[in-house]
Design a protein around this ligand. Structure first.
Ligand SMILES: Nc1ncnc2c1ncn2[C@@H]1O[C@H](COP(=O)(O)OP(=O)(O)OP(=O)(O)O)[C@@H](O)[C@H]1O
Ligand SMILES: [Mg+2]
Length: 414
């Protein structure tokens, strides 16, 4: 089978070829991503694309690869380039997500419209493209509500709005200060109250295998994720309801193959979707799944690409019954001087990984988006509560030393 990967593909070339050595992998990625293609020995063709090239150019370059050796599957394993991968797949007649599926998943307004049309969503919502209409839309949806970018990532620009008078400010937070929403309308939707979860799955011919139902904890002000624990500490009925809602949502969106990561809230009236993605979870969620089940989600995703069906048995030994990750934020803005206590965190009970996410010298600030987090700690334990507690205790050992910006000069003050 010939797999064309768009983007550097992380470990996927090696994972695919380990599963089936007769697999041919070609990679098409931006020139800047070429050095990030990890294992060149596993790659038969590597084509560098000009930064910002239009979709047509990607399609033509992919056609060149296809002419050299017919492509069977086109895949992009990250968020970026999924739309291009779908266009390339369609143009070459190769397997890929349908362009409409990618569009509907990436645009949060369209996602809810598709789910509502399938009878799967009743969340009150609106969409707004101009700041001067924000207040009316918020008033019609009702408060409290969430205002967020229609195509956002990393929790950037997400605001909980309590009063219509705050709508314009929230709109501008969603657009990065622009009075018009250019790429996708700003989303206004009912604030879903309840614990939040994510469900990671891999589709095999339309059957979605649930790899993990994970509880997540977010910062109440910025909605940036602070931690996750697997398995989610919920009653079996709730777990099933979350998994069923995730399967129904991705199925309605036309996903049949590959990895999905679906975010949900367990509200008083049942599980409700926040959004879904055509990739595995971020924040090391695949490692939480692997720690607790022995299933390697990336391998499962690769099996889907190769049409091998689900893995019949776990491939690694579970490290614990539960696994959690907790993030370390910076409390003040400034330059990151040092992270102290990393060794103590690594030596703490149950800790299996401590990762530094921001480099020394980087500008840091209190949480506004996911990329503001400076470190993470992963810990395992005999149950979700213990794993979570261990990760949090170890994360608290990490001290973020920040050199604050110099105070304003006296003569600049009034
Ligand atoms: N309708 C809602 N009700 C309650 N919370 C919400 C709602 N919409 C978004 N949130 C909160 O804001 C977070 C970010 O929103 P969303 O997932 O839509 O954006 P994102 O930028 O794609 O985030 P990320 O990349 O961090 O997943 C969600 O994970 C959730 O905690
Ligand atoms: Mg999200």
């Amino acid at each position: 089978m010939h797999v064309l990967i768009l983007g550097h593909g992380r470990h996927m070339p090696a994972t695919l070829r380990a599963l089936d050595p007769s697999t041919t992998v070609s990679v098409l990625c931006e020139i800047a991503a070429v050095p990030r293609v990890r294992d060149l020995a596993q790659v038969s063709r590597l084509v560098g694309v000009t930064a910002g090239a239009p979709v047509d150019e990607w399609v033509e370059l992919a056609r060149g690869v296809h002419n050299a050796a017919p492509v069977d599957v086109v895949a992009a394993f990250g968020e970026w380039l999924q739309d291009v991968a779908a266009a390339v797949g369609e143009a070459l007649g190769a397997r890929s997500h349908a362009p409409s599926t990618v569009r509907d998943v990436h645009d949060k307004t369209r996602t809810r419209a598709v789910l509502a049309a399938a009878g799967l969503d009743d969340v009150r919502r609106g969409a707004v493209t101009r700041v001067d209409q924000a207040q009316d839309v918020v008033a019609s949806v009702g408060t409290p509500c969430i205002v967020k970018p229609g195509d956002g990532v990393g929790s950037r620009g997400v605001t909980l709005v309590e009063r219509p008078a705050d709508a314009a400010r929230a709109f501008l937070a969603a657009t990065g200060g622009r009075p018009d929403a250019v790429d996708a309308p700003v989303v206004v939707e009912e604030y879903l109250v309840g614990p939040q979860f994510s469900v990671d799955m891999v589709g095999h011919g339309g059957e979605h295998r649930v790899l993990g139902v994970v509880r997540k904890y977010s910062d109440p002000a910025s909605f940036v994720e602070l931690g996750h624990v697997a398995p989610a500490p919920v009653a079996p009925d709730d777990r099933d309801a979350l998994a069923r809602a995730a399967v129904a949502a991705v199925t309605a969106l036309g996903v049949t193959e590959g990895a999905t990561h679906t975010e949900l809230v367990l509200t008083a009236r049942g599980a409700r979707i926040i959004e879904t993605h055509l990739r595995l979870g971020g924040d090391d969620i695949p490692r939480l799944v692997e720690d607790t089940t022995g299933v390697v989600p990336e391998r499962e995703a690769a099996r889907s690409v190769l049409r091998l069906g689900p893995e019949s048995a776990p491939v690694t030994d579970p490290r614990g019954a539960a696994s959690a990750i907790w993030f370390v934020p910076a409390r003040v803005a400034g330059r990151l001087v040092e992270l102290r206590g990393l060794d103590a965190a690594r030596a703490a009970d149950g800790v299996v990984a401590v990762d530094v996410l921001r480099a020394t010298g980087a500008d840091v600030r209190p949480l506004a988006e996911s990329s503001d987090r400076v470190a993470s700690v992963r810990a395992v334990g005999p149950d979700p509560r213990t794993a979570l507690e261990r990760a949090r205790v170890a994360a608290a050992l990490v001290r973020v030393v920040v050199e604050q910006d110099a105070p304003a000069a006296l003569d600049a003050l009034v």
